[in-house]
Design a protein around this ligand. Structure first.
Ligand SMILES: [Zn+2]
Length: 243
């Protein structure tokens, strides 16, 4: 497909998503200047490393009985039932995690509609005619308060909106546009905790954290979030957690 056609399709698709999440006029996963006010305060990695979730030492949840086998997720990940996810509509493609990849939805978001509704809208768009994917594209999604929500199982391939070969990549997606919003400390801790869990769970190197723009022509995960990838802040946070 030529670049122009791909771009037109992307824009059309993006418009449909934004209509679905009530943010008509904003285009996710592409670099467009936004005038929206940031909804989070600027922040740096906390001076003290975040802990591995409020109940990291508590019981872990069991398999959730979805296609492909979700496996064990930490108790601090809100399971799919929490947001009333639909089941995957096609079989997943199994993969072995090798990297963590950071994304954003690319649409400024202030928490309305609710996270649950936003996740259902994103899933409906991803499994619908515009994308025809198996399920919501991402493995983990992070809300404005740093809550971590289960997407698809980490042991199956994800679907980045701007294509790259995502075999082996576990996709963590922040809700919002981090070209204009700043990730909060809670959100950074959420990404760090999730990445640390993945790195330990799948025995990955602690620098196995990338941003979508490392792989494809996109501004995703937004300049303010990508900075933390580029400066290795996330990797250092993970290293501190896993010491
Ligand atoms: Zn992305």
């Amino acid at each position: 497909m030529d670049a122009d056609l791909r771009r037109r399709r992307l824009l059309r698709s993006s418009a449909a998503l934004l209509a679905a999440v009530g943010l008509v006029g904003q285009v996710p996963e592409v670099a467009l200047a936004q005038s929206a006010e940031p909804t989070a305060t600027p922040s740096l990695i906390p001076a003290t490393p975040p802990v591995l979730g409020p109940s990291a030492s508590g019981p872990e949840r069991g398999p959730r009985g979805v296609l492909g086998g979700e496996g064990e997720l930490p108790a601090w990940v809100k399971p799919r039932e929490t947001w009333a996810a639909a089941g995957p509509v096609q079989a997943y493609v199994p993969h072995t995690p090798t990297h963590v990849s950071v994304h954003h939805t690319g649409a400024p978001w202030n928490g309305r509609p609710s996270t649950e509704q936003a996740l259902r809208n994103i899933q409906a768009f991803h499994i619908g005619p515009e994308r025809e994917w198996e399920d919501i594209a991402y493995h983990f999604l992070v809300d404005l308060e740093g809550g971590i929500w289960a997407g698809r199982p980490p042991t199956v391939r994800g679907n980045p909106s701007v294509y790259y070969n995502s075999m082996g990549y576990v996709l963590i997606c922040l809700l919002g546009d981090y070209n204009v919003q700043e990730p909060s400390e809670a959100q950074i801790a959420a990404v760090t905790n999730t990445a640390a869990w993945l790195i330990r769970r799948f025995n990955l190197p602690t620098d196995a954290i990338t941003g979508h723009r490392d792989h494809a022509p996109t501004s995703c995960p937004g300049t303010n979030l990508y900075r933390l990838v580029q400066e290795q802040s996330l990797s250092r946070g993970v290293q501190a957690l896993l010491k």
